[in-house]
Ligand binder design. Sequence first.
Ligand code: ATP
Length: 248
Amino acid sequence: MNGHPLLEARDVTVRFGGLTAVNRVSAGFGAGELVGIIGPNGAGKTTFFNALSGVVEPTAGELHAGGVRLTGARPHRFAQQGIARTFQTPRVFAELSVAANIGFGLQFAGRHRAAPALLKDEAAILALIGLAPQAALPAAAITPSQQRLLEIGMALATRPRLLLLDEVAAGLTEGEVEAMARLIRRLRDELDLTVIWIEHAVTTLLRHVERVLVLHQGRKIADGTPAEVVRNAEVIEAYLGDEMAEAA
Ligand SMILES: Nc1ncnc2c1ncn2[C@@H]1O[C@H](COP(=O)(O)OP(=O)(O)OP(=O)(O)O)[C@@H](O)[C@H]1O
């Protein structure tokens, strides 16, 4: 470690025409942190993720990864710095086999990075995400929840240091959500990955993360432990009231 956060946003603003989707958000993410991002529809969560992964360029502000300035850089430069992500709608190659999808991730960025045993090859990654029995099936033939796992596997195949997960628990059954949360915890505990996880289901997220950022109308209105955030007057006032009280 060189003392810099793995990824840092400084006063990041993203505007689309007259709409400010992300408004001067600053946050740093250190090694091994498991952080949630919550906020109502349109709060700017996905746009913030898009900025953190180079998919959109901030209108203003700065992005740094491990001390390297990435403001305005293309997504592959973010990947080179060890930043990987999933999308709200999984982006897998439908006609390729599950194993070949992982193979694509390995070819894309992973090869020149040292591989921990859990990510050493296709078989190891398939075992980690629980898709070994589906290895030979086309990605189109597995369930939507398995496709989410596959997309996480593809991101892991790039051997990242930081993983951005966008609503990976959406549409899953309660049992599948718990399994997903266990997997995410394992990635952090055993691979020392930094994980930033957006989820609509606030109660689920608050149970599993150690730190949570709350976005509201593009602004960061809270950043603390789940216990702190659920007691934050602005958060309760802004939109979450009942749901947060329930989570507490
Ligand atoms: N490419 C774009 N062009 C124009 N407006 C956009 C674009 N992407 C997002 N927005 C707008 O920016 C705002 C923030 O959207 P964003 O998707 O980041 O919110 P979100 O918190 O992720 O919401 P959700 O929970 O619904 O996914 C919304 O008003 C949205 O309509």
